[in-house]
Design a protein around this ligand. Structure first.
Ligand code: ADP
Ligand code: MG
Length: 214
């Protein structure tokens, strides 16, 4: 299945072409249509199978094609367990937003807190971050999540192994409204804490499990 077969905005297709991709991977083929119709998702596939675009493309499509719920709140929040993983996702997101009028910021632990507060004050549409630092800004009221449309938890099993369950719950609570969609990705679905958090945060999720990569 080719990317042109999803009903994606021309600007998104252009960026994918620039990345050099034409065929969607298995996880992308299964996750993108489900996310695009607004359903919550609990998905697992092996490392290197293309999960990042599986969530970035539907999120970008929604932002481009619908009106924001609020003026200043981020529309998409993507959480990852480590700085390195967040930077990898942020670099793909930057390519996608570069072709649009939308703004993205990364909010990572270990970087300057005040600079991040200033970046948040510019009302970015997308935030990629690590749970600890994002909740710090939430509690400092540098960030409001009432208008959040997509909460994406990537590498959820690792976030929980690192002890981020309280932060995930706090973020969920701050963004707990009917219009929010939640996408959760995990290396394994057989993880008690992953299933516990999924039961709390996801609404009637579609489960997707891809065994092989491409
Ligand atoms: P995962 O999160 O599942 O480990 P990534 O999203 O990091 O995987 O993608 C792994 C690599 O595959 C990245 O270099 C990415 O750019 C590339 N990739 C993603 N989608 C495709 C595709 N449809 N065709 C070819 N390469 C792709
Ligand atoms: Mg990944």
């Amino acid at each position: 299945m080719q990317f042109t077969e999803f009903s994606l905005d021309r600007r998104i297709i252009e960026t994918i072409n620039h990345m050099g991709f034409t065929e969607a991977t298995q996880i992308q083929q299964q996750a993108i249509p489900v996310a695009m119709v607004g359903r919550d998702l609990m998905a697992s596939s092996k490392t290197g199978s293309g999960k990042t675009l599986a969530f970035l493309l539907p999120a970008m499509q929604r932002v481009i094609s619908t009106k924001a719920l609020t003026k200043r709140d981020p529309r998409v929040l993507i959480l990852l367990p480590t700085r390195e993983l967040a930077q990898q996702v942020y670099s793909q997101l930057r390519l996608l937003v570069a072709n649009t009028r939308y703004k993205a910021v990364s909010i990572l632990g270990g970087e300057n807190f005040n600079d991040q507060a200033k970046a948040l004050a510019k009302d970015p549409h997308f935030i990629v971050g690590t749970p600890g630092r994002v909740t710090d800004h939430l509690f400092q009221k540098h960030l409001y999540l009432n208008g959040l449309e997509f909460l994406i938890l990537d590498e959820a099993d690792r976030m929980l192994d690192l002890g981020f369950a309280p932060q995930l719950r706090a973020i969920h609570k701050a963004a707990d409204h009917r219009r929010r969609q939640t996408l959760m990705f995990s290396a394994t679905l057989e993880h008690d804490e992953v299933n516990e958090i999924a039961a709390e945060l996801l609404k009637e999720p579609e489960h997707i499990l891809v065994d092989s990569g491409h």
